[in-house]
Ligand binder design. Sequence first.
Ligand code: KIV
Length: 270
Amino acid sequence: MPTVRDLREQAGDEPITMLTAYDAPTAAIVDDAGVDIILVGDSVGNVSLGHETTVPVTVDGIAHHVGAVSRATDDALIVADMPFLSFGVDEKDSLENAGRMLKEEGAQAVKLESGPHTIELTEKMAQLGIPVMAHLGLTPQHVNQYGGYPRQGTDQEAAERILELALAHEEAGAFSLVLEHVPSNLAAEITAALEIPTIGIGAGSDCDGQVLVVNDAVGLSEWSPSFSKQFGNVREEMKSAIDDYISAVESESFPAAEHSHEESDLDELY
Ligand code: KIV
């Protein structure tokens, strides 16, 4: 299993691969394929739980998914995404919520959607032994403030603010940084300015690694953002398997003899 230290050292060498997973079977497939990091993203809210946004995701909810993923993962580093308001309101609660992911659920690190309010918290967590992956640019937990999911860092002032926050989080002890939906030239500049690895999503090709939501990558999502890429068509595969199942039941070709068993001792019953 790569440690957060290995990943820090991977910056600038071989690109880091990260995918989300929310359940044990998906985690096992992602892990066996050799992905470096599995993120148990709060995207579970809209991807798997039918919410419109990630805002309703709870600490108990994410803990449940982190446990499932960690039970099925042998090699990848597991990062638990801390839900909206589970950090940054009260320091003690933030530490307990994050600590629970490591102590009880098997994560090795947490991700915090970051801002000025997470610099001291990142430092405290790092000091206590909770590795922190920072996340700047588009932070979807701010959806109600943004009024959607707009690109970030598109003017000089906003870009400088993101660069400053990136440097501050590195200084505070974050072991890596997710950059979401920012211009590729800004992501390249931040990557060059930091020693810790950057992991991009909608941030161009110059980051040290890339992350996608697994349902988008395998083609299970009904909709995915323009910066995502579908590498398979699991939705079509599932639909075709389910159609075949319905036809087989309706035509009485399933279950066949090989899916059933007969007990000769029961002949008397009839
Ligand atoms: O929740 C999530 O899946 C994420 C990634 C998209 C970075 O935060």
